[in-house]
Design a protein around this ligand. Structure first.
Ligand code: SAM
Length: 260
């Protein structure tokens, strides 16, 4: 029996799914959902029904969430249209960690790449902390991501961030040639979940994590595949668990190129 804690969705998506009890299919590969006409089974627990048959029916469901990091109020527009348009627990954990550990990880004037940036919360915090940020995600997420980043950083005297498409494992050397791009930090929150792109994700981390790069990966651990991913990462990089957030089951992992 699967419990709500093990579900691969952030609380907000679960809540909306429960409220709307939709009858649609989750496409784990593309993190999107499509409609079907299956009858709902009123005997099955809502949570299980959601896992098998989900997502938004008609129009996007927009909402705004307010956060405060580094003394700034950040307003994030969310939507349940896409998994990348909701703030996940890993993003909260990583934002909080970056805010509280500015001396240990000083982002000022550093080159920062975020992969799977989603709503952009972590990228916005990194911008506020003074980094040159490139926030990336799938094409369908970029509009909301750009909106959040631009609306939150306007009137701030900071380095102007970039928002770019980056599909894990695709055209990396063409779009981000290593002769031209070197990142001090690679940020990733809740990029490991119920999807089939874990190998391209690892490939992407390996591609961008060059000597001198620090990968900070915050993730809610739910499934055996999350631990398997960590094992694979640890077989390639020097890894350390920097922090654990027991209330959300998020671990924050630092990875750097292995020193010989
Ligand atoms: C669970 S969401 C996390 C979003 C955000 N980092 C957060 O913590 O709130 C996973 C993110 O990874 C992105 N993603 C999933 N598969 C991807 C792929 N193959 N290439 C690039 N991004 C992908 C999704 O679009 C989404 O923004």
């Amino acid at each position: 029996m699967i419990s709500a804690q093990q579900l691969p969705f952030p609380n907000k998506i679960q809540r909306v799914m429960e409220e709307e009890a939709c009858e649609e299919q989750y496409d784990s590969e593309n993190c999107t959902c499509s409609s079907t006409s299956t009858e709902s089974n009123s005997d099955s627990p809502v949570i299980l029904k959601i896992l098998q048959n989900w997502v938004p029916r008609v129009s996007p469901y927009f909402d705004k969430e307010h956060y405060t990091y580094v003394g700034r109020q950040i307003v994030i527009q969310e939507s349940i249209e896409h998994f990348g348009a909701v703030v996940w627990p890993g993003a909260l954990a990583l934002s909080q960690y970056l805010e509280s550990n500015q001396e240990r990880f000083n982002l000022k004037d550093k080159q920062v790449l975020e992969i799977g940036a989603g709503t952009g919360l972590v990228s916005i915090v990194a911008c506020i902390l003074g980094a040159y940020v490139t926030a990336t995600d799938l094409p369908e997420v970029l509009e909301n991501l750009s909106f959040n980043i631009s609306s939150n950083i306007q009137n701030m005297n900071i380095h102007k961030p970039e928002v770019r498409k980056l599909v894990w494992g695709e055209s990396l050397s063409e779009d981000f040639p290593s002769s031209a791009y070197h990142y001090d930090f690679l940020l990733a929150s809740d990029v490991v979940y119920h999807h089939t792109a874990l190998d391209p994700l690892l490939e992407t981390m390996v591609y961008f994590c060059q000597p001198g790069t620090v990968l900070l990966w915050a993730n809610k651990f739910r499934f055996s595949t999350d631990y398997e991913f960590l094992e694979k990462l640890s077989s390639i990089f020097d890894t350390t668990i920097l922090a654990e957030f027991p209330e959300s089951n998020v671990k924050l992992i630092k990875a750097t190129v292995r020193e010989n």
